[in-house]
Unconditional design. Structure first.
Length: 433
């Protein structure tokens, strides 16, 4: 763990290095490009090769897809209490999704002119569900569950071969997944994006992944829609003298256990005495957790305890860092939240741990990391829609704007553009004849 104190030598330099964290290393993009090119060129043959190479799974193209009937058999083994928890969480996630659905509208803004927006659900989207060291049941709900609430007809889940935990299968079925493919990593994402002999391409790919999956999504952007470019998970907690150090420590550790060892956990406080208290609580709680090897990597390189003079500075540090998850555990969290300019999600008060957002609060837990909250939003209901603008003019309205159209056509030396507007009015038709 690193301790940084405002005003001490090296403070600003350390902060700058903290802010400048990449979503993935350069070598990940090089590797991802090679795999994508192979899948594009050789389709199913390349997918089968990569499944064996990376996931040790010998699959024929006929075995790429997991039948929903098989998923139902696997899901049947899940305890009833776990099924109930999944259904309750999904209900709350979809409730939020429905509240935030975009709505078609059209209104008159000037005499004779109406403008508006039309939103159409996408037809076929892919959701990536990581395998790795943990069955990420919640990721299914926070991707497929939202797509279903948005009205997407075909929801295609890809997950590494062998990631058939009963809870994952049950969540997929409850969330409305229509196809399950046993494909992981870059080759799975590439197959969905470009299509193969057996895999129909999708319009958009959503969901978290490791550095290589993130690099692949970046490379495929444009050929397929993506949600965002996100790196390892991270959390920043803002505290003061009222903060419970045990709460803050638990929340910092909640992100440190994710698995890559590249996660970051940052505590920023206006009370310098909290640095030692939170450090002690982190170390004490660490000894009670199961994933100690992973946590220790993050404790060595990714935990930062920072003391600042006031809430304004704390908010500036947090906004410059632009965390995936921002918790505000101060006496007046709403006051601090008003000063925040960039964060994936904000959790207000001591009774709102980040894990509420990860599992069941409502908004998607697929959020921007590595400072990209300054440029990207997290996954949301509107992410699964196509937006189309609507414009309608009357003849009288066009007459009023015809001169603008003509002048812009002349300025930009696009006379056909100008004529398309002016030819429709009797005045200009007379001048051109």
């Amino acid at each position: 763990m690193y301790k940084l104190v405002y005003g001490e030598p090296g403070f600003e330099k350390a902060l700058r290095s903290l802010y400048e964290r990449p979503a993935f290393p350069p070598e990940a993009e090089v590797s991802a490009r090679t795999i994508i090119d192979a899948v594009r060129a050789r389709g199913d043959e390349a997918v089968a090769e990569f499944a064996e190479k990376f996931d040790r799974a010998k699959l024929t193209p006929a075995e790429f897809q997991l039948p929903l009937s098989e998923a139902r058999k696997i899901a049947a083994a899940l305890p009833a209490a776990d099924k109930l928890a999944i259904r309750r969480a999904l209900k709350q996630i979809q409730q939020f999704a429905k509240l935030t659905k975009p709505r078609n509208w059209m209104m008159g803004v000037r005499p004779g002119v109406k403008v508006g927006e039309k939103f159409t659900p996408m037809e076929r989207v892919g959701v990536y569900i990581p395998g790795g060291t943990a069955p990420l049941v919640s990721t299914v709900l926070h991707t497929a569950g939202i797509a279903k609430a948005a009205g997407v007809k075909e929801i295609v889940a890809i997950t590494p071969p062998g990631n058939t935990h009963p809870a994952v299968m049950y969540a997929m079925l409850q969330a409305g997944v229509t196809e399950i493919w046993r494909l992981g990593g870059v080759y799975g994402v590439a197959a969905l994006a470009v299509g193969t002999q057996s895999i129909k391409k999708v319009e958009k790919i959503c969901g978290p992944g490791n550095a290589y999956v993130t690099a692949a999504k970046k490379l495929l952007y444009g050929e397929v829609g993506i949600d965002l470019v996100a790196g390892p998970s991270e959390i920043l907690v803002i505290g003061d003298k009222s903060t419970d150090p045990e709460f803050a420590a638990a929340d910092l550790l909640s992100q440190a256990e994710h698995g890559s060892g590249l996660e970051q956990a940052v505590f920023v406080t206006t009370d310098r005495t909290m640095l030692d208290k939170v450090e002690a609580a982190v170390l004490r709680q660490r000894d009670t957790l199961k994933r100690q090897a992973t946590i220790d990597k993050v404790l060595a390189n990714g935990v930062f305890l920072i003391a600042v003079p006031d809430e304004k500075t704390a908010a500036e540090v947090a906004s410059s860092y632009a965390p995936e998850h921002l918790e505000i555990q101060t006496e007046n969290p709403e006051r601090v939240a008003k000063m925040i300019t960039a964060a994936g999600a904000i959790f207000l008060g001591q009774w709102t741990p980040e894990s509420c957002g990860d599992f069941c609060a409502g908004p998607s837990h697929v959020l921007p990391t590595a400072g990209s909250a300054k440029k990207f939003n997290g996954l949301e209901t509107v992410s699964f829609y196509r937006r189309t603008s609507l414009v309608k003019y009357t003849e009288a309205a066009l007459r009023r704007d015809a001169d603008i159209i003509a002048r812009f056509g002349a300025m930009e030396q696009l006379d056909a553009h100008g004529r398309a507007g002016t030819i429709r009015t009797a005045f200009f038709r007379g001048k051109e004849s």
